[in-house]
Design a binder for this molecule. Structure first.
Ligand SMILES: [Zn+2]
Ligand SMILES: [Zn+2]
Length: 146
């Protein structure tokens, strides 16, 4: 897992909620990274060009409310490698759990209450990046995963 030294949350409590407000969460401590993901699956799930993810360990997250889970399998329909969790009422993407990364989760940055702290320094899956997208401030750009 990549560590992003630009990630400074000053050890504050970070809170967020889904569009309808029935799912809320708090993140304790500094995340591992803030990463943009250009992958095809994030584009489909978000309906947008990329996802912005706060990467942290799930022990840092306190979540309230009910989520539904979409299990994503590998190319050959093999093991579940990511569980994408979303609010069943409003459909907001909330977190993705990376099943092969020992409790590492990606929290969707658009749900944070204070978005002034979001400063992505890493972008992944640039092989799927839409041609018009060019993001400033990226210290690391990877073709695939970090
Ligand atoms: Zn909701
Ligand atoms: Zn992705």
């Amino acid at each position: 897992m990549i560590y992003d030294p630009h990630c400074d949350y000053s050890r504050r409590m970070t809170s967020g909620h889904c569009l309808c407000g029935s799912v809320t969460f708090e993140l304790a401590g500094d995340p591992l990274a803030t990463a943009v993901c250009h992958c095809e699956h994030c584009q489909r799930q978000s309906g947008s060009a990329f996802s912005v993810n706060i990467i942290a360990h799930k022990s840092q997250l306190t979540l309230n409310g009910e989520l539904r889970t979409y299990q994503e399998r590998g190319e050959n329909n093999d093991d579940v490698y990511v569980e994408r969790r979303f609010c069943p009422t409003c459909g907001s993407s909330v977190i993705s759990e990376l099943m092969k990364r020992d409790g590492v989760i990606a929290i969707k940055a658009g749900l944070l209450d204070d978005k002034s702290i979001v400063k992505p320094g890493v972008e992944v899956w640039c092989v799927d990046r839409q041609p018009w997208v060019s993001l400033p401030g990226m210290a690391v750009s990877l073709d695939r995963e970090g």
